[in-house]
Write a protein that binds this ligand. Structure first.
Ligand code: HEM
Length: 154
């Protein structure tokens, strides 16, 4: 089960990256476009799909975190020791914290895009929220060159 969840969680990161980059490019394009109305439908879809795959990542992550990861289990068994080990600290504290911030800003992008009545404000808020989410996404991913790094394609 650990293997399956880990593999899904790892590959879903690429889907999230692709969707988020597309959504944020289109949001910024809309922000500076003079013909925003025609782009609302597409942006709504991009926001939705980014959110679906982000929430899927959160679900997989929570399952790993709470039930299946030997790394977080080790962390929970001795928090003091976990704080001193960069790999255990990363998965027990830093990864979940920055991962949840990604989720928050992706949700914010979708909510604000729907709520704002002015089209400029719609695209502006989505572009900013998605850009912040993207930065946290880059921070939360355990890239192979980091201390807690994992393979790009396990
Ligand atoms: C939302 C953005 C997130 C991304 C892009 C992401 C990405 C990743 C990647 C690429 C791995 C390495 C998988 C591997 O090849 O072994 C990983 C591991 C892990 N993630 Fe996430 N993650 C995210 C959010 C979360 C959240 C919110 C949690 C917890 C609730 C979480 C819990 C974990 C755990 C526990 C592991 C380590 C599992 C193990 O090897 O024991 N992730 N994550």
């Amino acid at each position: 089960m650990l293997q399956i969840l880990n593999t899904l969680h790892s590959y879903n990161r690429w889907i999230m990256l692709a969707l988020m980059i597309t959504a944020l490019i289109f949001a910024w394009r809309g922000r500076f476009s003079s013909n925003r109305d025609s782009q609302i439908k597409l942006q709504t879809k991009l926001n939705l799909f980014t959110l679906i795959f982000t929430d899927l990542q959160l679900t997989l992550g929570l399952l790993l975190y709470a039930f299946f990861s030997p790394v977080t289990a080790q962390g929970f068994s001795n928090m003091k020791m976990a704080m001193k080990d960069p790999v255990i600290r990363f998965y027990t504290v830093e990864h979940i914290f920055t991962g949840i911030l990604v989720v928050v800003f992706v949700h914010l992008a979708k909510i604000l895009f729907k709520k704002k009545s002015d089209t400029l404000k719609k695209f502006n808020s989505a572009a900013i929220s998605l850009s912040i989410a993207f930065l946290f996404l880059l921070v939360t991913i355990p890239w192979p060159w980091r201390a807690a790094g994992r393979a790009l394609f396990p």
